[in-house]
Design a protein around this ligand. Structure first.
Ligand code: AMP
Ligand code: MN
Ligand code: MN
Ligand code: MN
Length: 274
């Protein structure tokens, strides 16, 4: 009984594909995992067959970046019904708005450089996935606009660079509602990360979160203790996740580096048998 409930794959910005993620989880002795790609469930759908092959309990998951008081709050959703129409509509809305945003950034880049980079070419590279600035950076390198991706961010698409366009966020309560509607459990992701320091955690708990990601690689012992106390006091589920994006591109392979204590996993699985 060992679980890592926060994993990215090539369906979003992870380095390894969903099938390989399941295989590594198996090799590392995990029994339960959740694939939680940004704004997509494509990876979960791809991993189900492998999860049966390796006898891994795969919980369908997602991570949605939301907007709250000028900060970014990440909402994890577990046990979501992958066919829920409202959830699929939200995912599609995010995908489409990211396409529009990438087009706007590309126009700015063309204006700045005098080039004529085509969205069609960028889209080919993305191959149906959700377009992020990471793709755009790679595209700029490929087209010799800059020699590396870092330069793409500092000179063009970084938050204070001239071709940056803010993405359309959805609000935290909206994401929570959609996850609940889709039969899922909304969980506050990595509360210890810096994006949350602008406001009090108790503010967030006024939303209908049902769990907190207490165990997380960057959480200090002190933070872990605090979040555990808050979760227990508020009768919320306790979750754990490595937030693996690697191995590769400067990321370590973190699969299974953070594991959920059995009593908390049991609680989660009791109510929601997949
Ligand atoms: P987006 O969600 O489209 O704004 O893109 C965010 C992604 O861009 C992140 O997940 C990173 O992969 C990448 N990214 C953002 N800022 C930087 C940066 N300064 N250097 C390298 N990659 C970055
Ligand atoms: Mn990511
Ligand atoms: Mn996150
Ligand atoms: Mn994540």
């Amino acid at each position: 009984m060992s679980a890592d409930l926060h994993l990215h794959t090539t369906a979003s910005d992870g380095q390894i594909n969903p099938e390989e993620t399941v295989k590594i989880a198996y090799k590392r002795g995990l029994k339960t995992i959740s694939i939680t790609d940004h704004d997509t469930i494509a990876g979960v759908n791809k991993a189900f067959e492998a999860s049966r092959l390796y006898g891994i309990n795969l919980i369908s998951g997602i991570e949605i970046n939301t907007d709250y008081k000028a900060a970014e709050v990440h909402v994890l959703g577990y046990f979501i019904n992958q066919e829920d129409p409202d959830l699929l509509a939200l995912i599609n809305k995010i995908k489409v708005s990211r396409i529009e945003r990438a087009k706007k950034m590309l126009i700015k880049i063309n204006d700045l450089t005098g080039k004529n980079l085509k969205f069609k070419e960028l889209n080919k590279m993305v191959r149906g996935k959700v377009i992020t600035r990471a793709h755009l950076a790679r595209f700029l390198v490929k087209n010799n606009i800059v020699i590396d991706e870092q330069l793409a961010f500092s000179n063009y698409i970084g938050t204070s660079a001239p071709a940056y366009v803010k993405r359309d966020y959805i609000t935290t309560p909206d994401a929570i509602d959609v996850i609940k509607q889709a039969g899922g459990i909304p969980v506050l992701a990595h509360p210890g990360r810096t994006e949350y320091i602008n406001f009090d955690l108790s503010d967030l708990l006024n939303f209908n979160f049902q769990g907190i990601e207490v165990y997380y690689p960057h959480h200090t012992q002190k933070q872990t203790k605090k979040f555990l106390r808050i979760a227990l006091e508020n009768d919320l589920y306790v979750t754990a996740g490595s937030d693996n994006h690697g191995p590769g591109k400067g990321y370590k392979n973190m699969i299974g580096e953070v594991r959920l204590p059995r009593r908390f996993l049991n609680r989660l699985l009791q109510v929601h048998r997949p």
